[in-house]
Design a protein around this ligand. Structure first.
Ligand code: PEP
Length: 251
């Protein structure tokens, strides 16, 4: 981490949980994050859309922000099952994840669509957490840096800035697998991302998160790297103790 950028710990609950456990988890995290001895980081929870109201209520008045897991590029209309960025903002969100590899894979999302979603997020006043990352085959072929550079070029909309955009580097092969790249590989990729963001973005102020099997046991090792500004956490964000321990690793 660098003293220039406040660390951000974001939890992606994916399609997990019902109201009771979501509310209990959010309430306990809000209590801890509001404490005088809380770690020096920003916290974001991204629950499934139906849980947003309950998580918003449970975290009101706390330092915890909430976010959506996706948004549609258009502001409204005939798009059954989709959620507009303004609806997320109206539900209390300040953040939204776009371009998660599960959406890129499950829904065939292209870089251009991800950029359109990020642009819609910005128009609604949300910070877009734009996910990029290579597959295992791409890494094995030595193409990881080229793939991520292409994703960055295609997935960031005009108007993206360090204030309205966070990049999450999530190697696809590390998500939910318990495997992570070496710290040297993560640092090299984050430095590469910082070097290849478009000229309009203040690269020194941009937060770049690492995501992919972040756990209490590896968080400190990853978060101490100079170009890692926090974590996007999937599985470990579903357990309060684990998610909190990852935040503690930002000290
Ligand atoms: C994710 O899906 O964003 C993620 C990082 O998942 P996990 O932490 O479970 O690998």
């Amino acid at each position: 981490m660098s003293g220039l950028r406040r660390p951000l710990i974001a939890g992606n609950w994916k399609m997990n949980g019902l109201r009771a456990d979501g509310e209990a988890r959010a309430r306990e995290l809000a209590r801890r994050a509001g404490g005088a001895d809380a770690p020096p980081c920003d916290w974001v929870l991204c629950p499934p859309a139906p849980l947003l109201p309950v998580v918003a209520a449970a975290t009101t008045g706390s330092p915890i922000g909430i976010g959506g897991q996706d948004c549609h590029p258009e502001a409204s209309g005939a798009h059954t099952g989709d959620v507009a960025a303004a609806m997320l903002a109206d539900a209390g969100c300040r953040w939204v994840i776009v371009g998660h590899s599960e959406r890129r894979a499950d829904h065939g999302e292209s870089d251009a669509l991800v950029a359109a979603k990020a642009q819609a997020a910005h128009a609604a006043g949300l910070v877009a957490i734009v996910c990029v990352g290579e597959t295992e085959a791409e890494r094995d072929d030595g193409r990881a840096h080229a793939v991520v550079a292409r994703q960055i070029a295609g997935s960031l909309p005009r108007g993206a800035s360090a204030a309205n955009t966070v990049i999450a580097y999530e190697p696809v092969w590390a998500i939910g697998t318990g495997r992570t790249p070496t710290p040297d590989d993560v640092q090299a990729m984050h430095a590469h991302i910082r070097a290849c963001v478009p000229a309009g973005i203040d690269a020194g102020a941009l937060r770049i998160l690492y995501g992919g099997s972040v756990k209490p046991g590896n968080a400190a090792q990853l978060l101490r790297l100079p170009d890692i500004d926090g974590a996007l956490v999937g599985g470990a964000s579903l357990a309060v103790e684990d998610f909190w321990a990852i935040g503690e690793a930002t000290r």
